[in-house]
Design a protein around this ligand. Sequence first.
Ligand code: FMN
Length: 359
Amino acid sequence: MKLKSASCQIAYWEGGKLRIANYLTRREFSASPVTLEVIRFFFTPRTIQDALSEFRSYSQKSVAKAILQLIDAQLLLEYGSAEQERDELVGSSWAPWLPEGGFHFMTKDTPYVPGDWPIEEKLKTLPATPAPPQFKKILGDGAVRLPSHEIPRDTFFETLHARRTHREFARGKVSLDNVSKLLQTTWGVQGYFETDVFGKLPYKTSPSGGARHPGEVYLMALRVAGLERGMYHYHARDNRLVRLPVKVSPRRASEYCADQLYFAGAAALFIMTAVFARTMWKYGRARAYRVVLLETGHLCQTFCLTATRLGLAPFSTAALKDSLIEKDLGLNGISESVLYVAGVGLLAGGPRESVTAGN
Ligand SMILES: Cc1cc2nc3c(=O)[nH]c(=O)nc-3n(C[C@H](O)[C@H](O)[C@H](O)COP(=O)(O)O)c2cc1C
């Protein structure tokens, strides 16, 4: 059996200790700097026997121990195994954005403080120091008092001011018409424009760096009148839903959202992913990863405002079980990965009138 060093690894110093992490599998361990020599040796696939003869000046026992530790930490992978191929795929397909892009993989599936924890337990997760001030105040004579704070009576401003994150929903169904409006307004194609270099590019309601539009959306329909409960992919160009063979349930919805129970009451989830290559192909620097995240924020805000204008109860969450969602959706989590989830239900207190007031 041959071993190969993981390409998805990063080393750094922490309090005088060398830490080596596999950012794809999120395994980390402390090592002595000489371990780096072993890792370098295995960048060419080799056997343990090869390593024992290469590192003859060290005792066989210590070399074998280091190798076993590296295997355990998933920094050495069995050459040709599924894990090693996955590692290689990240290394090759994400090459333009690495190593900085390792952040994406390292921060997946983060733990979330459960909502039903007692307040004392939640407080223990916070630093002992007071929270930083919420507002920045610059002292000086140059202050200019601004005119009135009154909200203009116009649906645009009223919708902006009415948007809130909802965590309680009425039991009824959301109409397919409204789901369709949400999809089309947020992710649909408004039209196309011609470019010299890049051909025909789509316009959407949200801006996108280079009009690359890396975002995709999947609908988990739980209570949508006129649509069978299920998981669907939204085809933006054709404005069409395609059913996927994925089991859905309120419990699964909550699981996706890191077990936040309130989202089990939602009528539909809108799972936002990105196809990174669309952006990476044009923008070969890691900063473009930020662009993808920023754009997902634009989409989510458009979604929340549209839902508010439709009199629905929207929410968004970044606390996700990314890997579980990706497994269900049949995504490899490398070329396309989950970034954000939004959802809607019916307003818990019944329909609201304020957002439809105005002109
Ligand atoms: C990126 C992002 C992630 C969020 N994640 C969660 C979440 O996991 N659970 C939750 O209940 N709310 C989540 N929220 C909603 C915030 O808690 C909410 O926006 C905040 O409390 C302010 O309330 P408002 O949205 O009603 O103005 C998230 C908001 C944003 C922008």
